[in-house]
Design a protein around this ligand. Sequence first.
Ligand code: PLP
Length: 429
Amino acid sequence: MADATRTKLPDVFDKCLTDGGYFGPQRAAGDHYLTRPVLPPIPDRIMEFQGKDQIMWSVNNYLGLANHPEVLEVARAAVDEFGVSSPMGSRMMSGNSQYHLDFEAELARFSEKESAFLFNYGYMGVTGTISSLVGPDDMVVMDKLAHACIVDGAFMSQGQVRVFKHNNVESLESVLKRINRDRKGGILVVIEGVYGMTGDLAKLDEIAAVVREYDARLFIDDAHGWGVMGEQGRGTADHFGVQDDVDIYFGTFAKAFASIGGFAAADKSVTEWILYNARTQVFAKSLPMLYVQTLRKTLDLVIAGDDRRARLWAISNRLKNGLRDLGFYVGPGESPICSVFVPIGEEELEKVGMAAVAYLRDRGVFVTAITYPVIPLGLLMFRMIPTASHLEEDVDNTVAIFRDMRDAIGLNPQMSGEDEAKVRKVFGR
Ligand SMILES: Cc1ncc(COP(=O)(O)O)c(C=O)c1O
């Protein structure tokens, strides 16, 4: 029988009964509207949400390759040949195959690096790569807007972590200068190629030059640039003509490739180190054959995908221009991602932001709204992902519904000089 006089000690589960933690109020309210919306599993330009068709602007199917018939054909053949379990075990033990090795060689060739190594998720790849390379005397220097997997990789490593202002080359230089005064180990500078939230490109040419000057190494997580930017979709470093200056190039298959997994490409000695030391892959089952085979087909389609990239840009430009014509401030991102900033007073932000999102979804436009701390207080950002599978009519309908939303809820999209300065700061300009 329980002893009623015993003092109750803290329980790790206590917090689960509160509305704290990430998106705590939404979790406590059982939200499926702003967080964890329930959507049909097949990605498309039109998707149903709560019984209504939506023009979908929140899925990273950049090149429209999701469910490409040739990929599905390869998938069926792969299931017939290999089943769904293969291979079993980690690459280190029993999960390696010649198919994995051949695909890695193809990725290395395309990335113009000596060697490449596969991961099961981009997240696992970035965390595993950073934490395997950065030892106790080393340092990670990362951009302030770096994705969570970069932050987590840095803190999983045994090194110290420094942050520089977003896309600010002077800030990076001053951090490196300070470290070099009494430097004991190596430095890994980690940036994204295309910043997935805001859609701006890293100033890769300038950053690469500074990294060289201060004897550091450059790791670029090009999740949103790979397949999209550069010649044949080789990525953001290729777009800037600095692929050779990137020490580790990282791509994920979860965006333009519309699949799952990721890879790091670098000198052979580096990928060999990673493959023996990245705990997120050494201690995890290897990428299933179904994905290895379909991804190889998708790589061919991406390389031959200039028409898809042209289509993506056409949709993106039409959307950005249409929204600008309505008076909305579209961020200066040079990637296809369309980030729309709206000034809304701090007190009204939640109410007006919610009304805007609800209006758009009621009329069949699905966008994600972003607020502080990703962007400064007093601003709301609609982050929209154009894809090659969108139609012109999707864009025109979306722009018309944005106009109606602006008028219906009395939104004044006009940015003051101060607001614009805040946005430029987000973009490091
Ligand atoms: C910049 C960046 N890196 C890594 C990831 C994680 O990739 P994955 O979804 O393949 O795990 C994402 C996904 O959101 C991302 O935006």
